[in-house]
Design a binder for this molecule. Structure first.
Ligand SMILES: Cc1ncc(COP(=O)(O)O)c(C=O)c1O
Length: 418
């Protein structure tokens, strides 16, 4: 099948059997069919190469198919793939021990699942079980997933509306404002759930001390603090976890995305001795997942942590992040009419435009030039740059130049339309 026929066939099947509306959206933006991924690049059906600065919404911190992760998964496949769930599982044990080594103090235990939303479901359930309370405090613009429980705490009306009533007792407060959050966290509160940096809300870095203040507010009334680190884990922000910047230990921490090393899907909830005792003390099976903690996913997770250490990716994220942010900010200065702000931490960077529609046009221009990014789910005004942490300096330069050209051409297109 030639490239055009392959593209037509995939689009046709999406339209008939997957999601016709998504098919239209992807086609409109100019996306082809992903055929191959390696390192910081993906290739489409025409053999065209793209620098992947979207990074699978945070999955590809090690790039695509990192050789060490691929090797670990292939080797594992030769002995045991999934877990039978009755025996002890070595890979699950090893990964949990490794996670406990790098996690904030007190997060000793790990429950495995398969996605970010599932991790959030688990954490919310644990908080309710531990405290016997039902109120949950979350943040406007926060993104925690789209399953019923996680959607209940996702701070975007657009996604929730059609599916109400969701979980009762959720109160939203502005992100980054610990005073309002502290007022909302009371003796009826089971937990506050919050991201270390709001990702899908538009890459918002909170003020220093914000998470520490939330920790204190929760401690005051016996509520639990859940940090949703699904997108901010394993070096994305320059530290192992986003909350390390504030030196905070939550009661529960949710993980997914990059934990699978860009090769396997995996989700996890980490928690303290106190939480585990309340949840599992009476019933060791009170929260379970058939596929969670399977050997292939855990082998990938172990390799992901090892590669992050061996390749110095925390430092690299800080270094390359500063370079990328600086370059994007220079483009922003040249195009102040279109670009409002460039912000972020490590290699989690957002560019906020002055108007909603500009982001989409710039994405299309960048695709044309061999680079992919996307806007944030809860805030279409913000383009997110989350390239692999293994990105090199010349690739950062290409990203900055391409962004500059894409913005210039968008300015011309808008001038013609005016
Ligand atoms: C902070 C955060 N939590 C939860 C999720 C949901 O993860 P998943 O799509 O794996 O269910 C996401 C996804 O973008 C996320 O960014």
């Amino acid at each position: 099948m030639d490239a055009d026929a392959l593209f037509a066939d995939v689009v046709d099947k999406y339209s008939k059997h997957v999601n016709p509306y998504l098919a239209k959206l992807l086609q409109f933006a100019g996306f082809g069919v992903e055929m191959k991924g390696e390192g910081c690049y993906v290739w489409d059906q025409d053999g065209k190469r793209y620098l992947d600065c979207l990074g699978g919404y945070g999955c590809f911190s090690l790039g695509h198919r990192h050789p060490k992760v691929v090797e670990a998964v292939k080797t594992q496949l030769d002995s045991l793939a999934l877990s039978g769930k009755a025996f002890f599982n070595k890979q699950g044990a090893d990964l949990a021990a490794k996670l406990a080594e790098i996690a904030p103090e007190g997060l000793q235990y790990t429950f495995y699942c398969n996605s970010g939303a599932e991790a959030v479901e688990g954490a919310l359930k644990f908080a309710k079980g531990v405290t016997g309370r039902s109120k949950i405090v979350s943040t406007f613009g926060g993104f925690h997933g789209k399953t019923l429980g996680s959607l209940s705490v996702t701070g975007k009306e657009k996604y929730r509306q059609k599916f109400e009533p969701l979980l009762p007792g959720v109160e939203f407060v502005p992100y980054g404002d610990s005073i309002t959050a502290s007022e909302a966290i009371d003796e009826h509160t089971a937990c506050m759930i919050v991201e270390a940096i709001q990702g899908e809300g538009g890459i918002h870095v909170p003020p220093d001390g914000y998470l520490r203040d939330l920790r204190a507010a929760c401690d005051k009334v016996g509520a639990l603090l859940i940090l949703d680190e699904v997108q901010t884990l394993l070096g994305r922000t320059g530290k192992w976890f986003g909350c390390d910047h504030d030196g905070v230990s939550p009661d529960l921490m949710t993980l997914a995305k990059a934990l699978g090393g860009g090769v396997m899907p995996i989700g996890a909830v980490m928690g303290t001795q106190a939480v585990w005792e309340k949840i599992y003390g009476e019933n060791p099976l009170s929260h379970t997942s058939t596929f969670g903690g399977n050997s292939l996913a855990c082998a990938a997770g172990i390799a992901a942590i090892e590669v992050t250490k061996e390749e110095g990716l925390l430092e690299r994220s800080t270094e390359m992040g500063a370079l990328l942010k600086g370059g994007l900010a220079e483009v922003g200065q040249r195009h102040g009419d279109l670009i409002k702000e460039v912000r972020g931490r490590g290699l989690m960077i957002g560019v906020e435009f002055q108007m909603d529609e500009v982001g989409e046009l710039v994405v299309a221009q960048m695709l044309k030039r061999g680079m992919c990014v996307a806007y944030t789910l809860n805030n279409p005004r913000v383009l997110r740059f989350e390239p692999p942490l293994i990105i090199r300096e010349d690739q950062v330069q290409f990203a900055v130049e391409t962004f500059g050209e894409a913005v210039s051409e968008t300015t011309e297109v808008l001038a013609m339309l005016a």
